[in-house]
Ligand binder design. Structure first.
Ligand code: FEO
Length: 170
C-alpha cells in the first residue's frame, strides 16, 4: 500500500514520462522533415522507452492498491534548429527528469516508504543511461563538426537503434 502523497507524485511522474515520449515523437517528426531518418528512428525508440517507463510506474501504482489518475499532456515544441539542438535539448530534458526521480526518492524516504524507494532505484540507474546517451551523441557531433560524411555515418548508426522491452520485474 502506498499513501496518497506518494500516489499523487507517481501519477504526476506518469504524466511527465508520457510527455517525454511526446517530446521525442515531436523530435522524430522534425528529424524526418529534414531527411535525418536515422535520428528520427532514434527518437521513435526513445518514445517507446518513455512509454515503458510510464507503464512501469502505472503498474506499480496498481500493484500497490493505488488509483492511477491520468492528466492532460502538455504540447511539446515542434521546431528545432538542427540535430545538435535536438540532442542538447534531450540532455537538458533528461537532467530535469533525473531531478524529478531524485525528488521522488527523497519523498519515499520522508514517508518511510521502503517499497517505493526500492522500486525507484531502477529509475535512478536508468537515468544514468538516459543522460549518457545524448551526451555521447553530442560528443560525436562535436568531433565531426561540419563533416557531412561523418554526419551521415552517425545518422546510419542511429538508424540501427532498436527498442529493447523492459525485463519483467526489472
Ligand atoms: Fe523516462 Fe527519459 O526518462
Amino acid at each position: 500500500m502506498i499513501n496518497k502523497k506518494m500516489t499523487d507524485s507517481i501519477n504526476e511522474q506518469i504524466n511527465k514520462e508520457i510527455y517525454s515520449g511526446y517530446l521525442y515523437l515531436s523530435m522524430a517528426a522534425y528529424s524526418a522533415s529534414i531527411g535525418l531518418n536515422g535520428v528520427a528512428n532514434w527518437f521513435r525508440v526513445q518514445l517507446q522507452e518513455e512509454m515503458a517507463h510510464a507503464q512501469k510506474f502505472y503498474d506499480y501504482v496498481i500493484q500497490q492498491g493505488g488509483r492511477v489518475a491520468l492528466k492532460a499532456i502538455d504540447e511539446p515544441p515542434k521546431d528545432f534548429k538542427d540535430a545538435r539542438d535536438l540532442f542538447q535539448k534531450t540532455l537538458e530534458h533528461e537532467q530535469m527528469v533525473t531531478k524529478r526521480i531524485n525528488n521522488l526518492v527523497t519523498l519515499a524516504k520522508e514517508e518511510n516508504d521502503h517499497a517505493t524507494e526500492t522500486m525507484l532505484q531502477w529509475f535512478v540507474t536508468e537515468q544514468v543511461e538516459e543522460e549518457a546517451n545524448p551526451t555521447e551523441i553530442l560528443q560525436k557531433l562535436d568531433l565531426i563538426g561540419k563533416d557531412g560524411n561523418g554526419f551521415l555515418m552517425i545518422d546510419s548508426q542511429l538508424a540501427a537503434r532498436v527498442f529493447v522491452p523492459l525485463q519483467s520485474g526489472a
